[in-house]
Design a protein around this ligand. Structure first.
Ligand code: NDP
Ligand code: MG
Ligand code: MG
Length: 331
């Protein structure tokens, strides 16, 4: 069984007393910065002028340029979009790292695919919450946390593991449990999870189900409730008690249908496609496509985003959610 680290397994809080620069104040950045500060750490923000900088100031952080924050801090946590990290590292971070500093990530992408090659005299590790940034903050304020992974890529000081664990504790992760991994494993499993199941798999499953019902003449609003809205209720049960709790809670009819029809939809062919997706992640093809498209002004990315926004489920969903006062966004 894998070792899980909790608050009391972090014996030495070696992050205490070190200045931490959180670079970027977006989804992960605001959550790391605020959780670390609430746990008594010394946090500054490195960010360009703009919306994120304004909200960091409104949250009472000291805000500097990326270069200046990297210079002042001993621990530099890079929470910029993955596709921007390479050039910002090159232009603003690299020359401001000193021997013995820590260069930290929340996703192994740029180290694993060799976009960033850190100097040999700094510690390099990752602390990756396994959930969206807004939940990293929300669960923390509620007294719980999102579980985290950590990995050490380079241990120049001999203390990288301890600092990584201390960071994971600072961000709240050890309240929920922290597991050790490698940059390779974190990067490849994270990309696979989001592509095949969590994001790509789920959105396309939901849309295909919606289209099937609407094309058969059923009302789009009803189709939306059936395949999208209700998904949360099902996933909540799986989250609490796995497949078993969910299957206990649904009707026998639904459970029987699960066994009979699930394998007709997610066939062995689907699994073979999942293996292809994993291969493209492992051999770097996916990363290359993403990096190349970014160099090309994200033309393909923006085309796909526009195409998906035009889907009927978006329009129907927008109207229906406006009529649901209990949905967080409408509160
Ligand atoms: P976001 O897109 O939410 O935030 C990015 C931040 O970087 C924003 O504050 C943005 O500021 C800033 N930024 C963008 N470009 C520049 C620039 N050129 N110079 C300075 N600042 C800039 O990113 P995420 O939080 O989603 O992702 C950060 C990292 O965390 C990634 O490595 C990601 O893989 C990882 N991660 C993300 C998760 C998530 O929940 N989103 C989950 C786990 C890991 P501005 O407002 O000015 O654009
Ligand atoms: Mg990811
Ligand atoms: Mg039903």
């Amino acid at each position: 069984m894998v070792k899980v680290y909790y608050d009391d397994s972090v014996k030495e809080d070696t992050l205490k007393g070190k200045k931490v620069a959180v670079i970027g104040y977006g989804s992960q950045g605001h959550a790391h910065a605020q959780n670390l500060r609430d746990n008594g750490h010394d946090v500054i923000i490195g960010i360009r002028a703009g919306k994120s900088a304004d909200s960091a100031k409104a949250d009472n952080f000291e805000v500097f340029s990326v270069a200046e924050a990297s210079k002042q801090a001993e621990v530099v946590m890079v929470l910029l979009p993955d596709e921007t990290q390479g050039s910002i590292y090159e232009n603003e971070i690299k020359d401001n790292l000193e021997a013995g500093n820590s260069l930290v990530f929340a996703h192994g992408f740029n180290i694993h695919y060799d976009v960033i090659q850190p100097p040999a005299d700094v510690d390099v590790f990752l602390v990756a919450p396994k959930g969206p940034g807004h939940l990293v903050r929300r669960t923390f304020t509620e007294g719980s946390a999102v579980p985290c992974l950590f990995a050490v890529y380079q241990d120049a000081t001999g203390g990288a593991t301890q600092t990584a664990l201390s960071y994971a504790k600072g961000v709240g992760g050890t309240r929920a449990g922290v597991i050790e991994t490698t940059f390779k494993e974190e990067t490849e499993t994270d990309l696979f999870g989001e592509q095949a199941v969590l994001c790509g798999g789920t959105t396309h499953l939901v849309q295909a189900g919606f289209e099937t019902l609407v094309e058969a003449g059923y009302q789009p609003e009803l189709a939306y409730f059936e395949v999208l809205h209700e998904l949360k209720l099902i996933v909540d049960l799986m989250y609490e008690g796995g497949m078993e709790k969910m299957r206990n809670s649904i009707s026998n009819t639904a459970e029987y249908g699960d066994y009979v029809s699930g394998p007709r939809v997610v066939t062995s062919e689907v699994k073979a496609h999942m293996k292809d997706v994993l291969t493209d992640i492992q051999n770097g093809n996916f990363a290359k496509g993403f990096i190349d498209d970014n160099k090309n002004g994200f033309k393909e990315f923006h085309r796909m985003r526009a195409e998906q926004k035009g889907h009927q489920i978006t329009e129907v969903g927008n109207k229906l959610r406006d009529m649901m006062p209990f949905i967080d966004q409408n509160k």
